[in-house]
Ligand binder design. Structure first.
Ligand code: GUN
Length: 284
């Protein structure tokens, strides 16, 4: 069996399905992406998101704002987008400059347009297990596990990283699916011991090469969420791929693993938001 999990291929297949779905809608769904400042990683992510929207037939708009924009001016931009009938989804690209409070900015987006699933309402709904817009990266992680038919119920899952964007929502989704979940963070004293008992490892710490093959249980499924730019310009995950791929049963590469699937999930969330606005039944 192939060890590699082909995130790029699975994302392509999802985009094709979404394209067919969009073609049946009475109008094009619209996504607005707000970028504040000039973070180079954000520029790459946003370009990928806009490109995926174009490919699937969505209308997309990038709103680039200066790094020194006031909180008030940023919220006014969000107000304008909340009021537009041609915009179904609004995403505020993170990170934001230090003077802008993150959660209250995200919470300014109308709940119906929160395609990032990071609004307090949607994160709360995820916690209580009610239907919600699931954040894109956690949705991508679960979609990849499902695509390879990885059993989750009753399995040991270890999530490394506890952010609101990835670690915490991934842990909740795995818990909902019946996994026994351990969430590690930067203060965890024995990461290797935690990782070694895991059937499923989700690495989302943002530290290149943090997880090595020696820390893994043989045959485990490893999902690498990290996208780290190294000094030589190359991308690396949080998992040391060379050592891990000889121990893991299945593993995602970086690039070409979680990243493309995350972008496809954003498009899926935007299409679903448009369908709700249009009063159409959701297509699973
Ligand atoms: N920056 C890195 N990942 C994300 C994400 O999932 N959503 C947003 N808005 N910004 C990000």
């Amino acid at each position: 069996m192939n060890t590699l999990i082909d995130g790029a291929g699975l994302a392509r297949a999802l985009r094709t399905r979404l394209h067919e779905q969009v073609a049946r809608l009475p109008r094009r769904p619209g996504l607005a992406v707000i970028v504040v400042g000039d973070n180079p990683a954000s520029a790459v992510y946003v370009r990928n998101k806009i490109r995926a929207c174009e490919e699937v037939g969505l209308m997309s708009e990038k709103i680039a704002l200066p790094a020194d924009i006031s909180e008030q001016a940023l919220l006014a931009q969000i107000d304008q987008l909340n009021a537009r009938a041609d915009i179904d989804g609004i995403l505020v690209q993170l990170p934001l400059p230090a003077h802008i409070p993150v959660q209250s900015t995200i919470d300014h987006v109308a709940v119906a347009k929160d395609v990032d699933g990071l609004h307090t309402h949607n994160l709360g709904a995820l916690l209580t297990g009610s239907p919600a817009v699931v954040p894109c990266t956690p949705a991508a992680v679960l979609a990849l596990l499902d695509a390879i038919e990885c059993p989750i119920r009753g399995r040991e899952a270890v999530v490394i990283g506890a952010s609101n964007v990835v670690g915490k929502p991934v842990a909740l989704l795995l818990l909902q699916r019946g996994a026994t979940v351990t969430v590690c963070n930067s203060k965890t004293t024995d990461l290797a011991a935690a990782a070694r008992r895991a059937d499923i490892v989700i690495a989302a710490a943002g530290r290149p090469g943090l997880i090595t093959g020696a820390m893994l249980k043989p045959g485990s499924v490893v999902i690498d969420v990290g996208i780290n730019r190294l000094a030589d310009g190359k991308l690396a995950g949080d998992v040391d791929f060379a050592s891990a791929c000889t121990v893991a049963g299945r593993i995602t590469p970086v690039p070409g693993g979680v990243g493309p699937m995350t972008v496809a999930m954003l498009v899926a969330n935007t299409v679903a938001a448009a369908e709700r606005t249009l009063g159409l039944p959701a297509i699973p």
